[in-house]
Design a protein around this ligand. Structure first.
Ligand code: GLP
Length: 245
């Protein structure tokens, strides 16, 4: 595991964008695993800026997103389909047909989960997976659990996750209580994994995930095993582990 320490969110975003852009330059047809939430937004904005300057070409890139809320349609503002379209896909030259997000409106959700796992395999796996970190240690929507769930699955969101995400909704009651998420094995099978973490509200999760035992109770802790995992985190997110790095 590598840790890149930055002063603040802006620096964190720039470092993460540098890693992603190096990946695209070295392998123009990369399969990128993408995340939503506030943490990767700055990196997406930086990638858009470099694309507009002519430094990046997304025409051969394919993307698979981690997760989607069940109960929202793709055009609804809080859906992760809309998030990705608004904050990245609509502003770069990616072929929209090469962007994949779980279909949480599927009539048969367990068939959709299987389809998504097959899709990832059929793309040849993920070259670089970008992750945020839930305050309770979740990745994608893999919530603290007794076991590590392997493949794409339907998950019941914890109250703490719904509370953390209610800022994007009119209130907690509007936050869906279920989602489809890639599983832990989907994530750790990526060749490279890059996580962005910023702010004091992530400090406990960073400490527990990367300086404590590997346990499904802290899903991100599995990344300690990964052969090419980089945590890009700012001073506040690293404030409880500063003496160890
Ligand atoms: C959601 C997403 C995660 C994300 C997490 C943290 O639960 N499903 O992929 O990492 O939120 O979000 P934020 O970056 O906004 O703190």
């Amino acid at each position: 595991m590598k840790i890149i320490r930055t002063k603040n969110y802006e620096q964190m975003s720039r470092k993460a964008a540098n890693i992603i852009s190096a990946q695209i330059i070295l392998k123009p047809n990369s399969v990128l695993g993408l995340a939503t939430g506030s943490s990767p937004l700055g990196a997406y904005a930086q990638l858009i800026e470099w694309y507009k300057k002519g430094d990046l070409d997304f025409s051969a890139v394919q993307t698979v997103n981690l997760d989607e809320y069940i109960g929202l349609t793709p055009d609804q503002e809080q859906s992760y389909h809309r998030f990705m379209y608004d904050n990245l896909f609509s502003q770069i030259n990616i072929d929209q047909r090469n962007t994949y997000i779980p279909n949480a409106c599927a009539a048969d959700l367990s068939a959709e989960c299987k389809r998504y796992d097959h899709l990832i395999k059929s793309l040849g796996g993920i070259d670089l997976q970008l992750l945020g970190l839930g305050a309770n240690g979740h990745i994608g929507f893999n919530e603290p659990d007794e076991i590590f769930k392997k493949g794409t699955h339907v998950v019941h969101l914890s109250l703490s996750t719904r509370e953390a995400n209610q800022r994007f909704f009119s209130g907690i009651e509007a936050v869906p209580d279920r989602a489809i998420t890639m599983g832990i094995f989907d994530i750790i099978q990526a060749d490279r994994v890059v996580m962005v973490a910023s702010g004091a509200n992530k400090a406990e999760a960073v400490r527990d995930a990367f300086f404590g035992p590997i346990t499904p109770k802290v899903p991100a802790s599995i990344l300690q095993f990964h052969k090419d995992f980089t945590l890009v985190a700012d001073d506040e997110a690293l404030s409880l582990v500063g003496e160890y790095i």
